[in-house]
Design a protein around this ligand. Structure first.
Ligand code: CAA
Length: 286
């Protein structure tokens, strides 16, 4: 089996996940190009990475010289054409299938023929993304967890078209990032969200029913189960929009009421209460 050598990585999207993924790739020594749709979003995403490195300098985890080297390996762009010499591109745009279906053929047309295209989707159909390219055997999921530079897990999602070579190359790439990869079939939610989403939705229903308060539910799961964050802290951290999209995608695929988004979640999302990223969710984050 041939395992491809990865030298240069592209990341599409420099939001919460895209920035974290780009940071992770740069820290692992890869030349990394990250693309956003406009200058404002790009600058915001790059600042997020620079801030994380400044914190790491303060904590003695990186030296200023290492951060200078990291900065030199990180290239922001507004153009897909800057991915032309990348060996592997990770898509981390909004969780919307129409967006992905528009993006994948454009990436396919821009990348060199042996480059791999990976999606960071948390729940959407990766097979469908591969099917709109001329290289479905070189497409798979590589799902990171927030905060991407810290969380050790990645899910590798194998479609019915992905080859063993692609999976092994991606597995080696994940290991080179310091991550522990697990392999999942392409079914909505993969492993983690299939199990995590019903738990988060159940916490929202519990609050809606008045069974317990937000703080008591969070405290119960932190201290009763040893989770690092209670469900409402985690919901705000992940983003309520991201949670809603994941729930909808899994519900759409399996029609299991466990995944039906509770009314409160929908209403918070339509009113812009998205969690940390918008300053307000189940908690205030001013
Ligand atoms: N870059 C580098 N380091 C970072 C960082 C970043 N972007 N963000 C945080 N860190 C580091 C901190 O500097 C800190 O380092 P030290 O321990 O060396 O000081 C470390 O991570 C822990 O951070 P904090 O001290 O700020 O806070 P903490 O100890 O409470 O940990 C946490 C924070 C890691 C987020 C922890 O609370 C946790 O594990 N929470 C659960 C997160 C989780 O479940 N994520 C998955 C969500 S699901 C998902 O993402 C998938 C999906 O599809 C929806």
């Amino acid at each position: 089996m041939t395992i491809q050598k990865i030298n240069k990585v592209g990341v599409v999207g420099c939001g919460l996940m895209g920035a974290g993924i780009a940071q992770t790739c740069v820290q692992a020594g890869y030349e990394t190009v990250v693309r956003e749709v406009n200058r404002q979003l790009l600058d915001k995403g790059l600042s997020r990475i620079y801030d994380a490195w400044n914190t790491m300098i303060r904590k003695g985890k990186l030296t200023s010289e290492q951060v200078e080297e990291n900065r030199a390996r990180l290239h922001g762009t507004l153009e897909l054409v800057d991915f032309a010499d990348c060996d592997l591109v990770i898509e981390a745009v909004i969780e919307n299938m129409e967006e992905k279906i528009r993006l994948f053929p454009a990436l396919d047309a821009t990348l060199k023929t042996d480059a791999l295209i990976l999606s960071n989707t948390s729940s959407l159909n990766v097979t469908q993304m591969g099917a709109v390219t001329k290289r479905p055997s070189q497409v798979c999921g590589l799902h990171f967890f927030n905060p991407a530079p810290v969380m050790k897990l990645v899910e590798i999602v194998r479609t019915i078209s992905t080859t063993d070579e692609t999976i092994e190359t991606v597995r080696q790439f994940a290991l080179s990032l310091g991550k522990t990869p697990v392999l999942s079939k392409d079914r909505a939610g993969f492993i983690v969200n299939f199990l995590l989403i019903p738990y988060l939705l159940a916490a929202i229903r519990m609050l809606e029913n008045g069974m317990a308060s937000r703080d008591d539910i969070d405290t119960a799961m932190k201290l009763g189960c040893g989770y690092p964050m209670g469900p409402f802290t985690l919901l705000d951290y992940v983003g309520l929009d991201t949670t809603l999209w994941a729930a909808e995608a899994i519900y759409e695929e399996f029609k299991d009421p466990l995944y039906a988004p509770p009314p409160l979640l929908r209403r918070m999302v339509v009113s812009g209460q998205l969690g940390r990223k918008s300053g307000k969710g189940f908690y205030d984050h001013q």
